[in-house]
Design a protein around this ligand. Structure first.
Ligand SMILES: Cc1cc2nc3c(=O)[nH]c(=O)nc-3n(C[C@H](O)[C@H](O)[C@H](O)COP(=O)(O)OP(=O)(O)OC[C@H]3O[C@@H](n4cnc5c(N)ncnc54)[C@H](O)[C@@H]3O)c2cc1C
Ligand code: SF4
Length: 517
């Protein structure tokens, strides 16, 4: 038997959870289907060994690379999706990212909408996700219609020292935008306790602005919103014309259930959204749902990322380290004709997590223990844009499993950013030879597994021959199918993707509300 809803949303992460929030007070009947469960609140949330060494909160899925080699992707199936573990660095894409950008390995294409089109939704997204920041410090940021809703998270003394040294050296360090519920003016009232267990950990006290806490929990108990957990959508069925999704097939508790929605919005994460569409092939859509253009699954991107532990003889006592950003190399400079990317901070290293990652980390200072190394390290996260390449794609096999084919792009730019960081560090007393590379959650042995920033696979555009979605993120080939996760990105930029997914979900939510009115 099928049950009918006005809107069915598949996936409760940044895109899907936020879309549910955006639609909830319309009074329409909404079904949110989430394959995972609630992430348990337990002391392990804040313990490096279970989180980083044992991978307790990583899905047990198996995906395959282009050679058929299996790997465990670092995806997270919970109410709130990947945002349960994210670092909550909530950046807007820069205005340049919406235009065409020339890179060393090719062109990052223009979006069909501009920064100005997204700006009101970015403001709304920042308000909803309580972003803390300080406008006007970063020359690459776009104009804003509203200030940040919360003041920037302050630097701790070592980071302030580094920021001051960088400013003195002619750089433009800025306070990074953080989605944490920290009230520095009234610490007694603050939900966030400013701890070291933020980036890559679930927040035990629910003070991180993740999609569960911000978007989904406030909806529970509403008569018009139903959340089903443990509900994996395995297939979308259409009517005979192929224009309308008529059945959302779910596997729950070992049973097959079918739900019907006037509108169906997929938000399963870039790879899993492609998987679902490809696995929903039928007579009208022989290559997969909405895939007449053969674009579904293509143009997968996930950033060129490097985590760097910069070591100096001074201690780094910082607890919450993610307060600083540097975008001086975000676009071409007088010394380099291509963009290199964004530099930001990653969660503070600790010996326990390092043990699972890089046992040879102390090679250059053998007298140091891992604890010494962690104590002295200042930890940077470098992000360089990777390009939408059609051959970089998700496909599925006859059993419906994900296969990910990916060849890196813009490696030269990535190296350039690393070299720039070394120069930057010379201004801070951390000489270049004290820098070494460290893998954090991008495992270099299985690079594809570090898919935290996955985007692409169903890009939006105006031409149905080269895109899957129109500018409202509705599939060109269907009348009631939308995609609202990071799959819609035509390019990835070089800042973290979640705020753009959130802003877009609010934008698409507004469109769906007027459609249903
Ligand atoms: C460790 C880590 C750190 C990160 N740090 C940052 C950061 O600091 N800043 C930032 O901007 N981004 C960060 N990200 C990335 C950010 O979390 C993602 O970009 C964002 O969550 C993507 O949103 P989404 O809606 O596309 O997917 P998700 O948030 O992953 O949501 C997808 C949801 O769909 C569910 N699902 C999947 N398949 C099905 C199915 N078949 N049926 C039903 N449900 C399904 C999943 O369980 C999940 O809940 C980080 C990610 C990770 C993993
Ligand atoms: S820093 Fe704040 S938001 Fe982050 S994990 Fe700690 S308490 Fe939670």
């Amino acid at each position: 038997m099928t049950e009918n809803y006005d809107v069915i949303i598949i996936g409760s992460g940044a895109g899907g959870g936020t879309l549910a929030y955006a639609l909830a007070d319309s009074g329409k009947k909404i079904l949110l289907l989430e394959r995972g469960d609630y992430l348990p609140r337990e002391t392990d949330n804040w313990s490096p060994r279970p989180v980083f060494v044992d991978g307790k909160y990583i899905s047990k899925d198996t995906w395959y690379d282009q050679d058929g080699k299996p790997f465990q992707p670092q995806v997270h199936y919970f109410v709130g999706g990947a945002t349960k573990l994210y670092g909550a660095a909530l950046y807007r894409l820069r205005p340049v990212d919406f235009g065409e950008i020339k890179h060393v390995d090719g062109i990052s294409p223009a979006w069909p909408l501009s920064y100005d089109d997204f700006e009101p939704w970015y403001s709304e997204a920042e308000n909803l996700y309580q972003v803390h920041g300080n406008a006007g410090e970063d020359p690459t940021e776009g104009p804003r219609s509203q200030p940040y809703p919360w003041p920037a998270v302050s630097h701790e003394p070592r980071l302030q020292e580094i920021s001051d040294a960088l400013a003195k050296g002619g750089y433009h360090p800025f306070h990074a935008p953080c989605g944490i519920m920290l009230n520095e003016a009234h610490r007694a009232e603050s939900t966030c306790i400013r701890c070291a267990w933020c980036d890559g950990y679930p927040c035990l006290v629910h003070a991180k602005a993740d999609a569960e806490v911000i978007a989904v929990r406030p909806l529970l108990g509403r008569p018009n919103v139903t959340l089903l957990v443990g509900a994996e959508v395995t297939r979308l069925e259409t009517d005979d014309s192929g224009r309308t999704v008529t059945g959302v097939v779910v596997s729950r508790d070992g049973n097959r259930e079918v739900y019907q929605g006037d509108i169906v919005a997929v938000s399963a994460g870039a790879a899993n959204t492609a998987k679902l569409l490809l696995n929903s092939a039928n007579d009208r859509h022989p290559n997969g749902l909405a895939n007449g253009s053969d674009q579904v699954g293509r143009n997968y991107m996930y950033h060129n990322c490097k985590a760097i532990a910069a070591l100096s003889k001074e201690d780094n006592d910082t607890v919450y380290q993610k307060t600083l950003g540097i975008n001086d190399f975000y676009s071409a400079t007088k010394d380099y004709e291509y963009p290199a990317g964004n530099i930001q901070m990653v969660g503070k290293s600790n010996a326990e997590a390092m043990r699972g990652e890089e046992p040879h980390l102390t090679w250059f200072a053998p007298e140091w223990t891992l604890a010494d190394t962690a104590k002295h390290s200042v930890d940077f996260w470098l992000t360089t844009e990777d390009l939408p390449v059609p051959e970089n794609r998700v496909t599925t096999d006859s059993d419906g499993n994900v296969h990910l084919t990916y060849s890196p792009t813009n490696a030269e730019e990535e190296t350039r950013l690393y070299e720039e960081l070394k120069k930057v560090l010379n201004h801070t007393g951390m000489a270049a030879h004290h820098v070494l590379r460290k893998n954090f959650y991008c495992d270099m042995d299985i690079p594809l597994a570090g898919c935290a920033h996955q985007v692409g696979t169903t890009r939006f555009g105006t031409d149905p021959a080269t895109s899957v979605l129109d500018t409202n993120c509705k599939a060109h080939e269907l009348d009631n199918l939308y995609v609202v996760d990071t799959s819609f990105f035509p390019s990835i930029g070089a800042v973290n993707p979640a705020l753009t997914a959130i802003a877009n979900a609010l934008r698409v939510g507004d469109h769906i509300r007027s459609r249903l009115a």
